[in-house]
Design a protein around this ligand. Sequence first.
Ligand SMILES: [Zn+2]
Ligand SMILES: [Zn+2]
Length: 347
Amino acid sequence: MKSVMLVGKRSVEIRDIPMPDRNKGEALIEVEFVGICGAEISWWASAGDTSRLPCVLGHEFSGVIKEIHEHGEGFIVGDRVTANPLIACGECSYCLRGQTNLCDSLKLMGLYGYPGVFCEYVSLPLNRLYAISSKVSARNSVLAEPLASSVHLMSHIPPDLSNNAKIAIFGAGLQGIFCLNLARINGWSNVAMLDVDDDRLQIAYEQGASLIVNSLREDSIDRLKRWTDGSGIDLGIDTSRSGDVRGRLLQVTAKGGIILLLGMNDPIVKADFRLAVERELKIQGSFGYCTQDFEKAVQYICDGSIAMDRFIRMLPFSEALNAYALSTTFGGEYLKTVVCMKDTGLS
Ligand SMILES: [Zn+2]
Ligand SMILES: [Zn+2]
């Protein structure tokens, strides 16, 4: 069967691999759609430790069950599914506390040597599968995994944060737009969105942002201070790819406020942490997601609360080899690339 493999730095090949082994308690799934993830693009761009190559890419997907190998409770052949691709050991102290995203030996399918789903068929344990309603569009059917990261980030917000709280999200990429939607779903309607790309800010505006700021043209700190009558934002979220955002968040967050960090770029930054002390800011990182976050994400996709059709670019399988390079060059009008495994499934 065909598979899409990372074989070297910026080098992807279609290679023939054997059909997967079918083990007890697993379902054989015909993969239909595969999303291209930012973490994969970073790996594709660097290749890093080449002893982990070649590796089948892909961890955001949807497909249809073709066979079930015993104990198939809850699923039948023909069901459309996705799977949680984060693999935790289940035994370390973090796993035992339910913090599977912090597992000591966490693995992600399709990254750093663990085989992914960018191939025609995968066989996966039934207990990692989630049904995706047939009403969900092809484009949205792969979104549960990236959405789970935003759901996890938002789970760090104290439940008593007032509905009048002023929230600023830096970075109007897919995660930023997800956070904007999740804020709306949870009753927070005062959300400012900051980015350097007008197309993305336009998406944020259409998705309900109360204020959009292009931080190339406007002083974002000054603009947010004016928006909050000088007091500063109650909650700041960094999903951006810019290290200096963290310093700006320290300057613009109100006393007692909260800063949530998701962006992984520019790990070393210069920032004035006296502000965090003086203002008693709470700074919280967020990494991956836990089972309950993934479940919630599937629910939001299936009930239509989050739908991103217009912002997803669909590519035929014939473009699979270019998908990673193309994802780095798309204008801001797209937030995600999805490859259709069969050219006939394009819509
Ligand atoms: Zn992903
Ligand atoms: Zn563990």
